[in-house]
Design a protein around this ligand. Structure first.
Ligand SMILES: Nc1ncnc2c1ncn2[C@@H]1O[C@H](COP(=O)(O)OP(=O)(O)OP(=O)(O)O)[C@@H](O)[C@H]1O
Ligand SMILES: [Mg+2]
Length: 183
């Protein structure tokens, strides 16, 4: 079973590949509503309505005449298997917003996985991109804003051997500090 963090990495990478300079990731772990919502928003090149249709249509994904990857169809399938779904809102030249909703306690719902490791992969990518990550759980929110982080680091790169583990621990402790059982 694929962890949700792998799907999240796919979404963030799509944004980076689309030339985004700013990514937003919102995870809403709502035990009361029994829903887990993942939303990734980017300011990259966006997609035409035809592309949006193609990337979620399994018929298109099996075609070999053009490259359409598996990231979005796999997430769509995972969300639908869990009583939820996937929506894409995209404007060419402006950006894209992808939202996946899953029934939180569905038997097929994969665990969230290690968000700290996932995010480090994005933060250390060669694309220069800011990331705002908000994780809501049990009425509380953990927020990480890499623009603020960079400012605090005063020129020391996120890839610095002493900064990396610190950021990872910061994310881990932030998420551990949220109320509730966690996804
Ligand atoms: N955020 C985005 N902004 C612009 N285009 C996007 C975005 N997300 C997806 N796309 C377009 O949709 C296509 C399919 O995305 P998908 O994630 O399904 O596959 P992929 O990224 O091409 O390959 P894979 O994820 O399997 O490595 C991408 O190749 C890209 O053209
Ligand atoms: Mg992809």
């Amino acid at each position: 079973m694929r962890e949700l963090s792998q799907h999240i990495l796919d979404l963030l990478q799509n944004g980076l590949e689309a030339g985004a300079t700013r990514l937003e990731l919102d995870i809403d772990d709502d035990e009361q509503a029994n829903l887990l919502t993942i939303r990734v928003c980017d300011n990259g090149r966006g997609m035409s309505p035809e592309t949006v249709k193609a990337v979620t249509d399994p018929f298109f994904t099996t075609r070999t005449t053009r490259h359409v990857g598996l990231g979005l169809p796999l997430l769509k399938a995972a969300a639908e298997r869990c009583g939820g779904g996937l929506t894409i809102a995209s404007t060419p030249g402006k950006g894209t917003e992808v939202t996946a909703t899953l029934v939180r306690d569905h038997i097929d719902r994969a665990p969230l996985g290690d968000m700290a490791v996932t995010l480090m992969g994005v933060l250390l990518s060669e694309h220069e991109c800011d990331l705002v990550y908000r994780h809501r759980q049990g009425g509380e929110v953990f927020e990480l804003d890499t623009a603020e982080l960079r400012e605090a680091l005063d020129g020391v790169p996120l890839s610095h051997p002493q900064v990396r583990p610190w950021v990872q621990a910061y994310i881990r402790e932030g998420l551990d500090g949220l109320n509730g059982a966690g996804a």
